[in-house]
Design a protein around this ligand. Structure first.
Ligand code: PLP
Length: 380
């Protein structure tokens, strides 16, 4: 049996997405910048997707800039905010994705910007009074970047509240919503945020495509130089089949959001019940056992297993066809471990093996039963 519980890493494509992409690849190869009918057809796919995506998240079409995915979107926003908007201080948390953390390290090194990290507690929850004091600290131009949904522990933040804090303090606000878009609704017309990053492969779309939401009149200048595509911000011939695939995935995801959310939430609840029965001392990392303070799509657990056995756990799961993600603080095979777990785990638990299980509509309870039986056999 093959079981895929690593949907936070990437998701399988919906069949409708594959059909839409195949149709574009076979019938529409024109360059959207060309002035003839082939180009116009491609352009019409491109702009229909842009309009449709914008509508689904309450944005305006001109505010959607297609990119190659989450990493590029994050890089683009952070680099351009420093380059074009005079940002001198970036405030963030130590548990962001490396697309953020490594970008701002580079900016600190190359552009001498100031980085401030918000304190987080042992559940991975940011300290809001510390954030307030960092936002008020001095008169430098600031940008706050905080992910909407943490990819390792699932913690969510209140974008409305945090965005409000930024705007009251005249700071720009970017959210990496790579794990949030198509899992939650967004109305960007009213949310107090300036920039957002998204990637299609996290919501049953293709890899290598995503978008940045850039609030209109932001003042951003080109990130990739070349032609005039994407309003000159991100030059390069657009990947029409990927963009159409992303739009299709987003459309279907949002059409079915409530039903699918309930279904996946049911899987998470069942998983938590079963894992607690098997390991009464199981530790849930971050807020990942919560439905209100973490996403319904993932659970990150540390299991009370001896060190010797723990070393064989990944291998055993893989052998049995189960794919999940190793998220341990520091285990053999990984030199530094997870920066997120290293930041929040204390004492004995940091010695236990940690695993992230992330679910999608293509998973079933039967698969959870299989996982539990495989873990039971492993313990015996
Ligand atoms: C929160 C978050 N940000 C950024 C990324 C990077 O996105 P991509 O793989 O599309 O470059 C990921 C992917 O794992 C992610 O989970």
């Amino acid at each position: 049996m093959k079981v895929y519980f690593d949907n936070a890493a990437t998701t399988p494509l919906r069949k409708e997405v594959i059909s839409a992409m195949t149709e574009v690849m076979s019938s529409c190869f024109g360059n959207p910048s060309s002035n003839h009918s082939f180009g116009r057809t491609a352009k019409s796919y491109l702009e229909t997707a842009r309009k449709g995506i914008a509508k689904l998240i309450g944005a305006e079409p001109q505010e959607i800039i297609f990119t190659s995915g989450g990493t590029e979107s994050d890089n683009m926003i952070l680099h351009c905010a420093v380059k074009d908007l005079g940002v001198k201080t970036i405030i963030t948390s130590p548990i962001e994705h490396h697309a953020i953390l490594h970008s701002i390290e580079a900016l600190q090194h190359n552009k001498k910007i100031n980085i401030q990290f918000i304190k987080v507690n042992e559940k991975g929850v940011i300290n809001k009074s510390h954030l307030a004091s960092l936002l008020q600290a001095d008169n430098s131009k600031k940008l706050l970047t905080l992910m909407h949904v943490n990819n390792e522990i699932g913690n969510t933040i209140d974008l409305q509240e945090i965005g409000q804090m930024c705007h009251e303090n005249n700071a720009l606000f970017h959210t990496d919503a790579v794990q949030g878009v198509c899992h939650y609704t967004y109305n960007l017309a009213s949310l107090p945020l300036d920039f957002l990053s998204a990637a299609a492969h996290k919501f049953h779309g293709p890899k290598g495509i995503g978008f940045s939401f850039v609030r209109k009149n932001s003042g951003l200048q080109p990130f990739i130089y070349g032609g005039s595509q994407e309003r000159g911000l991100r030059a390069g011939t657009e990947s029409i089949h990927n963009i159409v695939g992303m739009y299709t995935a987003l459309q279907i995801g949002y059409q079915n959001l409530v039903v699918e959310q309930n279904y996946i939430e049911g899987l998470k609840v069942y998983f938590i019940e079963q894992i607690k029965l098997l390991f009464p001392k199981v530790h849930f990392n971050g807020n990942s056992d919560s439905m209100h303070h973490a996403t319904y799509t993932l659970v990150n657990v540390s299991l009370p297993i001896s060190k010797e056995k723990a070393q064989l756990l990944d291998f055993h799961l893989d052998l049995k066809g189960i794919a999940c993600s190793k998220g341990s603080a520091c285990q053999s095979g990984s030199t530094s471990g997870s920066h997120v777990l290293n930041c929040i785990q204390k004492g004995e638990i940091s010695e236990w093996p940690s695993l992230r299980f992330s679910f999608s509509i293509f998973n079933t309870r039967k698969e959870i039963d299989y996982l539990v039986s495989v873990l039971k056999d492993f313990l015996d």
